[in-house]
Design a protein. Structure first.
Length: 278
């Protein structure tokens, strides 16, 4: 699905919620949980495994449209449904987590855009034979951990009041050229989103904007990363085929361990809780 889908999103969303009340109820229950005590939900079996891949994509899109407003992933192709799978890339284009098999440290999605989507779903078409274990952590626990010490409270205050540069991965920039970088400047902690973070896009942003790499910024990030590197409050789970991980992307961080299986295949859709601008 591409940007054309967004042009008819409002009437299609209304049709789905009217004609599929059970789907609408499920979406409402998911939203209620993700806006309450949970930052992520795992559904062990969605019961769409017997459908072909294109039908799976359409069913997932319908669920996401009942939940909110699915958004395009990249500025060029404007794809809404993104296949997370190892793939070769053009020369000079650096891969992101969804295009390689490396470890993905705990992060929020689209932290490199001004307005990250509220929700993210990851549906497992085919899990890795080994590795690729999902990690989940609630951003509220990270804030609470920082507040427990004097230096942590200082770091939290600094990272809430100072903007830092996040470099947009090449796959999602307008030019898709490594030598034409794009950045978003934002604090790591705020009211909305509660947290935005990804170590590599932040490190790349600081490398490209060295004036932001101050002693205070480096110290605050060191303290934050010490909390993130702790195993406390991290949930790990192996997601089987036909399972789905749904995250409140404003409050929960997710990641995965390294894997070595080029056949591993997930489907990702990001969902805004506000209608797209026209």
């Amino acid at each position: 699905m591409t940007i054309a889908s967004l042009e008819n999103a409002a009437p299609l969303r209304a049709d789905i919620r009217r004609e599929s009340p059970r789907l609408a109820d499920l979406a409402d229950q998911i939203a209620e949980e993700l806006e309450g005590r949970y930052s992520a939900i795992v559904v062990d079996r969605l019961n769409i495994d017997d459908f072909d891949l294109n039908t799976k994509r359409r069913l997932l899109y319908a669920l996401c449209l009942a939940l909110g407003w699915p958004t395009p992933t990249d500025k060029v192709g404007r794809r809404i449904i993104w296949d997370i799978k190892s793939r070769p890339l053009p020369k000079g284009q650096v891969s992101t987590f969804s295009e390689n098999m490396a470890e993905a440290l705990l992060h929020t999605d689209t932290q490199y855009f001004p307005h990250p989507e509220r929700y993210t779903i990851l549906y497992v078409v085919k899990p890795a034979q080994e590795g690729g274990i999902s990690m989940i952590r609630d951003g509220r626990h990270i804030r609470e951990a920082l507040e427990q010490t004097e230096e942590g409270a200082w770091a939290l205050s600094y990272l809430s009041t100072n903007k830092l540069p996040f470099r947009i991965p090449t796959s999602y920039t307008a030019q898709r050229r490594q030598d034409i970088p794009e950045f978003t400047f934002a604090p790591i902690f705020s009211d909305r989103p509660l947290i935005r973070y990804r170590r590599d896009t932040l490190e790349a942003g600081l490398a490209g904007c060295p004036e932001y790499r101050t002693a205070e910024a480096k110290n605050a990030l060191r303290i934050l990363e010490g909390v993130l590197d702790s195993a406390n409050d991290v949930l790990t789970t192996s997601l089987p085929a036909d399972s789905v991980l749904i995250t409140n992307n404003h409050e929960g961080l997710h990641g995965r361990t390294e894997f070595d299986d080029p056949e591993r295949h997930l489907i990702r859709i990001r969902i805004s809780d506000v209608p797209p601008s026209t």
